[in-house]
Design a binder for this molecule. Structure first.
Ligand code: AHG
Ligand code: MN
Ligand code: MN
Length: 335
């Protein structure tokens, strides 16, 4: 029977039923992230008001410092996961090191670790432009019941169990994959419920949008410079349209719906670009591939890179399959 207006909760239950032997741990974890996302969403929505209400100083009524939104988002996601005792470890773009979570009796029996970029697009917070949260979930590789180690976090993206993002935009959406396609849910803020608004999202194979910070053109490798000129050429379906928000989540979300390519390449100033492999590239790559798109560093599949450091960066080419193929041709030819 066709289900209409299905909520995220109903969707999780339906899909869990397809895996009769699963313990439901992953479902509970996604529910926890969904809760934290609502709390952060509420804060993002009143970001402008906080300034008005906070005129007397930078402290709130309890005398605490008002927190920058990315610190707030970081604390909210971490605290929610701690409270629900649902993971054994967390690594965040905002923390120097990973966090070990132990349960009441110090014998945390959970098997998942979460890696996250709690607030993506920080430079857009103050100007009312969409920002996001990105998360990535792995099964730990060290024995359950022992403290997590770096090894549990330094896994290649192809080992991800689930990944998703929340986009705090004109509406708030949660988009995620558990390796069986990609589904998008839109928050009804009046009810606090997420509704399946974008079932089985497919990345168009071709597109006409290219997204990159062209201000850095002089620092880009020759392959990217040549590809930009290719995008701007008047030929066949070109020139393409340039769209760059500066919040990767929003740029990739738009491209996934409309067709396009997002590039954050290496540059003469940063050999591995800017974006973080574990918190940004891998989860987005998993989602993009699950939707039929492609994600590489210009040469190698992002999810096949073996990480060596928590905060490691990687050049990122991601989007419509045929567009990424073409950009890679330029990288291979010109470097
Ligand atoms: P974050 O806010 O988590 O530090 O990430 C910002 C990232 C990404 O969202 C965006 O695509 C990119 O930085 C923008 O960088 P530039 O300003 O260099 O274009
Ligand atoms: Mn980011
Ligand atoms: Mn961030």
């Amino acid at each position: 029977m066709v289900k209409k207006n299905q909520t995220l909760g109903e969707f999780i239950i339906d899909n869990q039923a397809a895996f009769p032997y699963s313990s439901g741990e992953l479902s509970r974890l996604i529910r926890s992230l969904r809760l934290a996302a609502k709390v952060v969403n509420h804060e993002v929505n009143k970001a402008g008001l906080v300034d008005i209400l906070g005129l007397q100083g930078d402290t709130n009524i309890q005398g605490e410092d008002q927190q920058k939104l990315d610190v707030y988002a970081n604390e909210t996601f971490i605290q929610t996961l701690i409270n629900r005792e649902i993971v054994c470890g967390i690594a965040s773009e905002e923390n120097d090191d990973f966090i070990t979570i132990s349960g009441k009796n110090m014998d945390n029996q959970n098997k998942y670790v979460v890696l996250m970029d709690p607030l993506d697009g920080s430079s857009n917070i103050d100007v009312n432009v969409s920002v996001g949260t990105i998360f990535s979930i792995y099964r730990r590789v060290t024995p359950i019941g022992t403290p997590v180690t770096k090894e549990d976090f330094l896994q290649p993206g192809n080992k991800q169990v689930a990944a998703g993002y929340i986009i705090y935009g004109t509406s708030t959406m949660l988009v995620y994959t558990t390796g069986c396609g990609v589904n998008g849910f839109t928050l009804n803020p009046a009810l606090g419920s997420w509704y399946l608004s974008h079932p089985d999202i497919k990345f168009p194979e071709n597109g006409s949008i290219y997204s990159m910070n062209e201000g850095n053109y002089v620092h880009f490798p020759l392959g990217v410079k040549k590809y930009i000129k290719y995008c701007q050429e008047e030929k066949e379906d070109r020139p393409y349209t340039s769209r760059y928000i500066g919040s990767m989540v929003s740029d990739i979300h738009r491209n996934m719906i409309k067709g396009g390519i997002f590039i954050y390449p290496k540059s003469s100033k940063a050999n591995n670009g800017k974006l973080r492999l574990l918190y940004e590239c891998n989860p987005m790559a998993f989602i993009v591939e699950q939707a039929g798109g492609k994600a590489t560093d210009g040469f190698t599949r992002i999810m096949d890179i073996q990480p060596t450091e928590l905060h490691q960066r990687a050049p990122f080419f991601c989007g419509s399959k045929n567009m990424v193929d073409k950009a890679e041709e330029f990288m291979q030819k010109y470097g």
